[in-house]
Ligand binder design. Structure first.
Ligand SMILES: Cc1cc2nc3c(=O)[nH]c(=O)nc-3n(C[C@H](O)[C@H](O)[C@H](O)COP(=O)(O)OP(=O)(O)OC[C@H]3O[C@@H](n4cnc5c(N)ncnc54)[C@H](O)[C@@H]3O)c2cc1C
Length: 378
């Protein structure tokens, strides 16, 4: 047997699961098709709650803050723009309300923590086959076969492992948010001139008639801009991207004549986990985007990925001690719902009615901002 647990995918879900299992003295092998450091389509906003819920990471964040090797920038609130950008409403805080990261560095850092805890990592191992038996699972990657007791699918929104295990046929259109984004490198002084030294997120809800939103996230030396839209509703983020950039330039949030590469297209399974029942297969558990652990309201996936990884690590550790591991593994299906289903569910409020009111009502704006940033009820 190559390891007790093989984790496929070394994003935030996979690396967190690997670290937590290795810290429980489990033998863990982490496989990823990419060479690290690697990039990942993302806005790079990391919820403040990551560092509250994982205090060990808060220590590392503080220790590496000056070098920006883990977290790139902190931010102090959010500015909401109306769909035509004519109106805005701001929520500002003196203390940090969240962080911005460059995924290349952030994911590499989390992976290094997993390796330091004892997980073995093999890059450039694209998993292409899976055979789950009663006692063990065999995976094929890079023309090699690997056996283990449990496989964790942490291989992203279009999970190969979930498909090979017969656990998914793809996310329904109402759960798929199609995104177009790009990150523009700028001089840090330019970012400060445009956004201020205390960065805030900028979001336009329903921009250009989208059933979704457009964003501009100012980091230390770059601005990440993009749009996301439900796949079952009208609106094409790709075609709106140039207009969003031009509008940002017009309202002074991008420098004039900024050179803009074509947007990167990607998809996020927002709220996918909620009406999905296939998180556990025969000795296989799905975490992160692979399991649809993404906020339905915002498309935020890093924090939910890490939460799902922690619950999975606990269930797997218990299962490997249990007389019937498969029964114990199934507990993951219930445990994640008990622990954090409320966080990824759409708020039980009439957002179509309430959102237009935030531009006139500061209290409503604060509540909406706290929902967006921290998942609080609205
Ligand atoms: C445009 C966009 C913007 C976003 N912005 C934000 C944001 O600002 N904040 C936020 O919280 N969330 C954001 N998200 C969501 C967030 O990026 C994801 O939810 C998060 O990355 C999920 O982490 P993960 O570990 O599950 O998967 P991933 O980060 O996707 O990692 C999966 C890993 O699996 C590997 N892999 C895939 N297939 C295989 C295979 N067959 N064999 C081996 N390895 C494989 C990949 O190489 C990759 O390293 C955004 C998403 C998009 C698309």
């Amino acid at each position: 047997m190559d390891a007790e647990i093989i984790i496929v995918g070394a994003g935030p879900a996979g690396s967190t699961c690997a670290r937590l299992l290795a810290q429980r003295r489990r033998s863990v092998l982490l496989l990823d098709r990419a060479r690290f450091p690697r990039d990942k389509p993302c806005g790079g906003w990391v919820n403040l709650k990551v560092f509250q819920d994982f205090p060990e990471l808060e220590k590392l964040r503080a220790a590496n803050a000056a070098r920006r090797t883990f977290v790139d920038e902190r931010f102090h609130g959010i500015v909401f723009h109306s769909p035509d950008l004519a109106r805005e409403a701001a929520f500002t805080s003196r203390s940090a309300t969240g962080y911005l990261v460059r995924r290349k560095e952030f994911d590499h850092f989390l992976l290094a923590q997993a390796a330091a805890a004892g997980a073995r990592f093999l890059p450039r191992h694209d998993v292409t086959a899976l055979d789950a038996g009663e006692q063990e699972v065999t995976l094929t990657a890079h023309n090699r076969r690997f056996t283990c007791q449990v496989v964790v699918a942490a291989d992203g929104a279009d999970s190969t492992v979930a498909r090979l295990a017969g656990l998914t046929r793809g996310w329904p259109a109402e759960r798929r948010i199609n995104c177009a984004y790009q990150e523009i490198k700028l001089d840090p002084r330019t970012v400060t001139r445009l956004y201020g030294s205390q960065r805030r997120l900028h979001v336009s809800l329903g921009y250009g008639g989208l059933s979704g939103y457009a964003w501009a996230f100012p980091k230390h030396a770059s601005v990440n801009l993009g749009l996301g839209c439900r796949a079952d509703r009208p609106g094409d983020p790709k075609t709106l991207f140039a207009q969003w950039a031009a509008d940002l330039e017009r309202i002074g949030l991008l420098p004039a004549k900024c050179r803009l590469p074509a947007p990167v297209l990607s998809m996020v399974p927002a709220g996918g986990a909620i009406d999905y029942e296939g998180h556990v297969g025969k000795r296989v558990v799905l975490v992160g985007d692979a399991g649809g652990f993404v906020s339905a309201a915002t498309g935020e996936g890093i924090y939910p990925a890490m939460l799902s990884a922690r619950v999975a690590a606990e269930c797997i550790d218990d299962a490997l001690r249990a007389p019937r591991p498969q029964d114990a593994l199934t507990e993951f299906k219930f445990a994640w719902r008990r622990r954090f289903a409320a966080y990824i569910q759409r708020p039980d409020a009439n957002l179509a009615f309430l959102v237009p009111l935030i531009y006139d009502n500061p209290e409503l704006c604060n509540r909406f901002a706290r929902m967006y940033l921290f998942g609080e009820t609205f």
